[in-house]
Design a protein around this ligand. Structure first.
Ligand code: MN
Length: 286
């Protein structure tokens, strides 16, 4: 067995996004531009509504998938496919922007809390200009494995024989939300060549005795197993893995393509109102 070691640790950088929402970014910063197939990870969370109430009004995406997971609060959204809804705490939204989506995302607090993650997952060249697609997963639709020392929500991939709710076929996405009791051990078999990271959002954990502090992202080195221990206050973290795409990444804000020409095309399309090519898509709520 080849245990995955700590390859890199990235402290979250506070970034102002949308209409002035403060997010904690790790993947997608100068310290870690991307982690193929992952393009960006934002952790948003605040008990001060002034920091996020303006939300993310209408904005475009092209060339990748956004996956939003709400921990607390909820998120009102609507998009150019005709979807509109309210993503609840514990629920997830998978949106394949592909050839183009324009949407708004407006986070709201519940009992003074609002917290979640947004992950951008790249698409291979052959999929970047395909039709958009959308799936929303209610909290009840996400399988949960509850043991004595660990509670694991399986958003995508497999854990302890349970298959996750979300299928992101181009990255073979694996995505766990793990809660560990104080000093508990955790292990998970993982494909050797997949990119993998974890982000501790409560408490702390250790890998081979090295600390993984709160609000930091740990890139895991190659290996076929993840093994870690929770700290004395327990740990809550997401653990995410996916198959690298291995293609050129050219990003300009919300457009992620393979070449500079394709980025310029996306900017022209957005300017002249032709970014959204497929307005009608199935609205699937699971
Ligand atoms: Mn967006």
């Amino acid at each position: 067995m080849n245990i995955r070691r700590i390859q890199q640790q990235i402290r979250a950088v506070a970034v102002s996004e949308g209409a002035g929402v403060s997010v904690h970014r790790t993947i997608g910063t100068s310290a870690l531009k991307n982690l193929d197939p992952f393009l960006m990870l934002d952790h948003f969370g605040s008990d001060d509504p002034d920091e996020y109430i303006a939300g993310f009004p209408e904005h475009p995406h092209r060339g990748f998938v956004t996956l939003t997971y709400m921990l607390d609060g909820h998120m009102e959204h609507r998009d150019s496919m005709g979807n509109r809804g309210d993503l609840r705490a514990g629920g997830a939204q998978w949106m394949k922007a592909a050839s183009g989506v324009i949407h708004s995302e407006m986070p709201q607090q519940t009992n003074g809390l609002m917290r979640g993650f947004q992950l951008w997952i790249n698409l291979p060249a052959a999929e970047k200009m395909s039709d958009p697609a959308y799936q929303e997963f209610a909290p009840e639709a996400i399988p949960e494995v509850a043991g004595e020392a660990a509670r694991v929500r399986v958003l995508a991939g497999e854990y302890a024989g349970r298959r996750g709710a979300i299928d992101d076929p181009h990255s073979d996405l694996h995505y766990l939300d793990v809660s560990l009791q104080a000093n508990a051990c955790f292990s998970w078999p993982l494909k050797l060549a997949y990119s993998a990271f974890m982000y501790v959002y409560e408490g702390g954990a250790k890998i081979e005795g090295s600390d993984l502090p709160q609000h930091s992202l740990t890139v895991l080195g190659k290996g076929d197993s993840v093994q870690l221990d929770a700290g004395p206050a327990g740990a809550r973290f997401i653990l995410v893995a996916g198959r690298p795409i291995g293609e050129a990444v050219v990003q300009y804000g919300p457009f992620v393509m393979n070449t500079r020409d394709e980025i310029e095309q996306a900017m022209r399309d957005y300017r002249d109102g032709s970014l959204v090519r497929a307005k009608a898509a199935m609205h699937a709520v699971v």
